[in-house]
Design a protein around this ligand. Structure first.
Ligand SMILES: Cc1ncc(COP(=O)(O)O)c(C=O)c1O
Length: 395
């Protein structure tokens, strides 16, 4: 019996777009090597290390712990600490058993998509939005429907938009505060979305990884609320990456309804065995009072940086800004400057050393004339970036 040799090739499912911002990082690193003058406002990550108690616990764990596999859903101590964080922060009942610790929130998304959705299921996301939702769902064979979310709804989905769909989707993903806009969903609207999803059999996945980084803009919209305040049938996603300043430690978590836990246990035990052990031992201390004090200091710096940008960008003629309720991003429409934001950002980097993210990743329709500026860095860098952008734009 002779078989024809198979033509080995990449899978069709893998042909999703890459995360473009990583190319910007690469170009910025190259420029840093050749010119040494780079200011990176393209990175969606804090510029600070993990809080001191976490670093101390890491050193202690290296000496004291075996650092082998842990339980698939995470160590009991970390699950308990995360449950307490949700109980204290939102006044809701959460037990350690409700918490599933994952390899970054990125790992949580892949697991919950696999556990809850089948090939061909429709899942709704906001446009603009975080591209990995769209691309991971596509790779898993789901049908992604983007809701066109503009300034009228703070770039966030509403019940009205869901009502306009031909049929209830299998899933809805919301993020508040959101990436790239930083905008938040009004607590009443989030509750209404959760009720709508429950009533229609739609799984609500609420990405709450930017909680803790919220600014006092004096509007109700900036009150932080959790989907679990309304529905324990929803999935809440958390992470140590943003507020907790621990991106590279690769730890996230989910609060999951009971019905999905057996599927998650089956999938997670096969796919990752467990999240990184050293990060789990250390992250227990991210919730300590001393850590929280240090982290709240970072948020005060983000607030100063945000104020600088919200004042400085309009002076450069960049006036069409999303309301930056939280997270550490300013999202601007620069249609008056370009219809090729990728080129514009490359020219800005080449001319000034300032690295921004073009909207291309975040908005498949309007991203060619939007940019995202991260203000998680040093205040002096924001000031200098504004000055260089001013010279670039001739203002
Ligand atoms: C909205 C949003 N969700 C999820 C993630 C993934 O974060 P991580 O995997 O580090 O928890 C990011 C990262 O930038 C994000 O902006």
């Amino acid at each position: 019996m002779f078989y024809r040799r198979r033509v080995r090739s990449e899978s069709r499912r893998s042909t999703v777009p890459a995360f473009y911002v990583m190319d910007v990082w690469k170009a910025a690193a190259e420029r840093a090597r050749t010119h040494g003058d780079v200011l990176v406002l393209a990175a969606g990550q804090p510029s600070t290390p993990a809080p001191a108690p976490v670093l101390r616990a890491t050193r202690a764990a290296l000496d004291a712990e075996l650092l082998g596999y842990t339980e698939t859903f995470g160590t009991p101590e970390l699950r308990a600490a995360i449950a307490a964080y949700h109980r204290d922060g939102y006044g809701i009942e959460v037990d350690a058993e409700d918490v599933v610790v994952t390899t970054g929130s990125s790992g949580a998304f892949t697991l919950i998509f696999l556990a809850a959705f089948d090939v061909g299921d429709t899942v709704v996301v906001a446009r603009p939005g975080y591209p990995a939702y769209r691309n991971t769902l596509s790779a898993l064979g789901c049908r992604v429907v983007e809701l066109d979310c503009g300034a009228r709804t703070r770039f966030q989905p509403t019940v009205e938009m869901l009502e306009a769909l031909p049929e209830p989707p299998a899933g809805l993903i919301v993020a508040s505060p959101a990436n790239p806009t930083g905008t938040m969903i009004d607590p009443a609207e989030l509750a209404a979305l959760a009720r709508w999803c429950d009533a229609h059999g739609t799984l609500l996945i609420s990405d709450e990884i930017y909680h803790g980084i919220v600014y006092d803009a004096g509007a109700d919209a900036t009150a932080t609320s959790s989907a679990w305040e309304t529905s324990r049938e929803s999935v809440v996603i958390g992470s140590v990456s943003k507020y907790f300043s621990m991106t590279g430690w690769r730890l996230g978590w989910m609060l999951v309804p009971e019905g999905l836990r057996p599927a998650l246990q089956r999938l997670a035990s096969n796919m990752t065995v467990c999240p990184p052990a050293i990060s789990q031992y250390a992250a227990v201390h991210a919730f300590d009072t001393e850590s929280r004090r240090e982290l709240d200091g970072h948020v005060r710096r983000y607030a100063r940086n945000r104020a600088l940008l919200l004042d400085g960008l309009p002076r450069l003629g960049i006036t069409d800004l999303a309301p930056a309720d939280g997270a550490f991003y300013a999202y601007a429409d620069i249609a008056h400057l370009t219809d090729d934001a990728t080129r514009w950002c490359a020219d800005l980097l080449a001319g000034t050393g300032v690295a921004l993210a073009p909207g291309t990743d975040f908005d498949t329709r309007n991203g060619s004339h939007t940019i995202r500026l991260s203000f998680a860095g040093a205040t002096a860098d924001i000031e200098e970036a504004l000055a260089r952008m001013g010279r670039f734009l001739g203002v």
